[in-house]
Design a protein around this ligand. Structure first.
Ligand code: AMP
Ligand code: MG
Length: 333
């Protein structure tokens, strides 16, 4: 298949392609998404094929107006409405009881559907122009880090999708927060840009899914049970007080200089193959994490030491992705 890389000037072409059952990659404020018509099973199947995504991992359906929710969700609880009013459009996905018309290909057989209203104007425009609603997971090959710049999408999906829209955005850099409001509880299944603390301001008894906290429980978000976000390099998280972290990584580099370091807050290292700075706070860390992991791979770095110190807020989302990228190889110093 020949993939066309376009800019938003030609968005009409891409919207028509979606309406005709094709696949289109588009930027959002979280990461790039790989979209297809959510009401066309053949089109939805192309998403799973292009990514090599397991069929039991459901997709998020993207809307461009809150009124479209009635095509997807059987009912919207008062708690869900509170979250919608405050956080949509934005990086928040809600799990709601699904309408019968939503295909089990999209929901992987679940009785619930995941819905998001992105704030990125290109994403909104594409959905509106397509005349349908758009099922879209992250636009990476299954298992690799989600793409936050167009070049990373091209690396993974050139020849596997019809269109890629090169656009700005992906300010957040991690996938959306997934919140289950389909039961009596409010449970964060995947942490992201809308933090638990922000949700608790509206719904004080909101909680994190046990599977996110306790290594022995299985996460309720089907996608989170898979190895995810993994670069080719081995990632080792080194966490603790900054001076201990830096001393530990320094001593590792003196034994093997073929390593990379993901620093946080401007650490300098002698003898590393590549040092990349994740920024000064967790918001920058989130924004840079996936693209930096891909850069280490491009430079053929075999082992990456990642400086980290757990924090709440955005730190919860960073920790979730970083620990997974590291396959839970964590050194406490
Ligand atoms: P991605 O679009 O690649 O960010 O993946 C979407 C995430 O949302 C995956 O982790 C899915 O498992 C999760 N998800 C989608 N639909 C549901 C649902 N109905 N219930 C729980 N999690 C869901
Ligand atoms: Mg994904």
């Amino acid at each position: 298949m020949k993939t066309k890389v376009i800019t938003q000037e030609n968005i009409h072409e891409a919207a028509k392609c979606l309406a005709d059952g094709g696949t289109v990659v588009f930027p959002t404020e979280t990461v790039y998404g790989l979209g297809a018509d959510a009401f066309n099973d053949d089109a939805v199947s192309k998403i799973f094929e292009a990514k090599g995504r397991p069929g039991d991992n459901p997709l998020i359906v993207h809307i461009s107006h809150v009124s479209q929710l009635s095509r997807l969700a059987k009912n919207v609880s008062p708690r869900a409405k509170l979250l919608i009013e405050k956080f949509w459009p934005g990086p928040l996905t809600l799990i709601l009881p699904k309408c019968d018309s939503v295909s089990s290909r999209v929901t992987a057989g679940l009785e619930t559907v995941a819905v998001r209203f992105p704030s990125n104007p290109i994403a909104q425009n594409l959905i509106s122009l397509s005349g349908t609603l758009v099922a879209a997971p992250s636009a990476n090959l299954s298992g690799s880090p989600s793409p936050t710049v167009c070049a990373d999408v091209v690396d993974d999906l050139d020849g596997r999708v019809d269109y890629i829209i090169d656009g700005t955005g992906c300010e957040i850099g991690l996938e959306s927060t997934v919140v289950d409001v389909s039961t009596g509880k409010t449970v964060v299944l995947r942490p992201g840009g809308v933090t638990l603390e922000m949700i608790k301001e509206l719904i004080p008894d909101a909680e994190l899914d046990k599977g996110l906290i306790d290594a022995d429980s299985v996460p309720k978000c089907p996608g989170l049970k898979y190895t995810h976000y993994s670069p080719k390099a081995d990632v080792i998280v080194v966490q603790g007080e900054k001076k201990n972290v830096r001393a530990y990584i320094g001593s590792m580099l003196s034994q093997n200089s073929d390593c990379g370091v993901l620093t946080y807050g401007g650490g300098t290292y002698d003898g590393a193959k590549l040092v990349l700075d994740a920024g000064a706070d967790m918001t920058s860390y989130a924004h840079n994490l996936f693209s930096h992991l891909r850069t280490f791979d491009k430079h053929g770095v075999c082992t990456v030491y990642a400086e980290f110190n757990p924090e709440n807020g955005m730190g919860t989302a960073v920790r979730n992705r970083l620990y997974k990228a590291a396959g839970h190889k964590i050194v406490e110093v």
